[in-house]
Design a protein around this ligand. Sequence first.
Ligand SMILES: C[S@@+](CC[C@H](N)C(=O)[O-])C[C@H]1O[C@@H](n2cnc3c(N)ncnc32)[C@H](O)[C@@H]1O
Length: 517
Amino acid sequence: MASERSGSSRARRPERGDGAPRDGAPRAATRRAPGGQRPADRPAVPPMAGRIEQVRSALGEILQWSGPADQVLSRWFRDHPKVGGRDRGAVAESVYDVLRNLRRYRQIAEGGRGAATRRLAILGLASRLGIDEVLPVLDGDEADWLRRVQSISDAALAREVRLSIPDWLSEALAIEEDTDSLLEALNQAAPLDIRVNPLKVERDTVLAELQASLPQAQPQATPYSPFGIRLQGRPALTRWFRFEDGSIEVQDEGSQLLALLVGPKRGEMVIDFCAGAGGKTLLLGALMRSTGRLYALDVSHARLARFKPRLARSGLSNVVPVVIANENDARVKRLARKAHRVLVDAPCSGTGTLRRNPDLKWRQSPESVSDLCALQRSILASAARCVAPGGRLVYATCSILRVENENQIESFLAEHPEFELLSAPDILADRAGALGLSGPYLKLRTDVHGTDGFFAAVLQRRQGPAAAAQAEAAAEVFEDEGGLAAADPDLASPGEPVDRLPGDAAQDAGPEEESAA
Ligand SMILES: C[S@@+](CC[C@H](N)C(=O)[O-])C[C@H]1O[C@@H](n2cnc3c(N)ncnc32)[C@H](O)[C@@H]1O
């Protein structure tokens, strides 16, 4: 039963604002009402010359590829505190436009003079605001150059330049259907998807509130997930009471569909093996109606720490976050063959999220993808051991690359005859809107479904005697390595995040470890 906060005094309006766009979460929410006045001593829009310099400076740091663009940009904003909330949005939009179109812009910027990064900044601003906004602050040569490059026809550019992708990505996608349409969709900015928390509120309630208070964001129910709402632009919702009380979370519809595919039931034992900051964990926990036990594992202490406030807001009491050293951690071994459902939301190239993270096109390489594939294989093998007979393992990525998706499942099935592949579209059929998929996998395409690109496969551990014997043998090997599998099935109590499970003390009577979150 959804518990809702109602009453006009509580129904504060969500606000519009701008934020750095990596995960769609507006970061710089402002308490100023929509259309509110800014202080009189500050111009509404800084002079364009200053804006070009801001974008150039931010790009100068991001294009060193020292880290994810959103993190570098956040650092740049911290280092430039005079760039205020609304201006940050404008800088971020142009910076991300350049990252999306980098190869194309670099090619057409070749003919100009002066610093290359300045020319990229000019192209990004001209693309976002229109050439007439930018021309007045350029010198004669720059203005001539900008007018000239604006007239270059896309048809004159090589495909990889026009789509602005590296050659290796073009080659990796050659096997897929209609990749131009997919890449064009991935080159657009993403809308903002939110998910309602079914333990707290009905979707229709939140949708009506948003339609009343943010009509300019055109809130609409997502077409496939029963929990999603899609908004256009970048409305800042993080100070809205629905966000603060855990009634909504920012989450792409594709991620919502993955949790629905796992489909855990009340009272089950479930493992989210790569839980990160807990986006999918929260929906899994809600689908379990906050009963049973849901282990949220991750190697990243920092990510699980970011999960803590989200978990607190959600109202869930069945989640146990656990920091593991790696996929073969003793804590994992103690979960051998215990789980009804295991989700592996694997670390991947992120090529399905290029709308939000266009820098990944330039930061990934065949070598980094190959390293990720090796890690995915190892995580999948380890997570599989945790699945109880008859239980399900869902392997998912936000990659559009076959080597991280179908190829991984084919290798896994060849090495694990105790698992069989189920039809993901059939499983989702009565849980989500019709996705029009063929084949056994969940393959979400940005151009077709409007979500980030996702892949998922559902693998079920067979229950027959031969399979049981095989699974037994595999589990024994696994247990022997860790020597912990005989531990109490009640490995830990839900609630406080831990990075040690009960029983660890018997192995190591060292000092109490720091909490996971
Ligand atoms: C795609 S992200 C997970 C996103 C998360 N499920 C969500 O919905 O927000 C992949 C995660 O795998 C974690 N990871 C990397 N290596 C791992 C390993 N060996 N075992 C478990 N998790 C790992 C990363 O720290 C990262 O948080």
